[in-house]
Design a protein around this ligand. Structure first.
Ligand code: IMP
Ligand code: MG
Length: 178
């Protein structure tokens, strides 16, 4: 198994994750009451968080996805972002929520945020489960944050280590990342 020779420590268990997801959902349910939203999930990492979040939402919503590439298999951002898959929904006049599992430099989100805003939506806000706030290098407004975390390389709950580990129900950090 890919994890066997790695040193992982549990960072957030599923109860802590559930509490963070529920907390975000409560805020969204209050802020978007009576409105329709389009959720735009960032593939692939956001799938697990988005699947949990959407089941707590009481507002009418469409679900769509983008696939962006900035990291490849590297663990730090390359700085260039490209769109591998665009949304299909027409977001003109709609309230858009970008759903991301983790924000590091902010480059990925900045690219997507600017691009979606150029399509004439009523509003765009960013929702992230985890925020490595101290790592931010570009300014991007993140309104809904599950947890602000230290600079750790995390895996599980959608977060990958070279494409593995997304299926783990809890979130771990790598003690010796190299
Ligand atoms: P940013 O553009 O530097 O903010 O990078 C954001 C993207 O990098 C996230 O959507 C994740 O896919 C990936 N990423 C950032 N930090 C981690 C981590 O600790 N573990 C796994 N993926 C990460
Ligand atoms: Mg991601």
């Amino acid at each position: 198994m890919v994890l066997d020779d790695k040193n992982f420590t549990k960072y957030l268990n599923r109860h802590e994750i559930d509490a963070a997801v529920q907390n975000i959902a409560n805020r969204l349910n209050a802020d978007y009451e009576g409105k329709e939203v389009v959720l735009v999930g960032v593939l692939k990492g956001a799938i697990v968080f988005m699947a949990d979040l959407v089941r707590h939402l009481k507002v009418d919503c469409e679900v769509d996805f983008v696939r962006l590439s900035s990291y490849g298999k590297a663990r730090t951002s390359s700085g260039t972002v490209s769109m591998l898959k665009d949304i299909q929904a027409d977001i003109r006049g709609k309230h858009v929520l970008i759903i991301e599992e983790i924000i590091d430099s902010g480059r990925t989100l900045k690219f997507l945020y600017d691009r979606l805003r150029a399509s004439g939506p009523a509003s765009v806000e960013i929702v992230t489960l985890l925020d490595k706030a101290a790592k931010r290098v570009v300014d991007v407004p993140v309104k809904y944050i599950g947890r602000t975390i230290e600079d750790q390389f995390l895996i599980g709950y959608g977060l990958d280590l070279e494409e593995y580990c997304r299926n783990l129900p809890d979130i771990y950090y790598l003690k010796y990342p190299n």
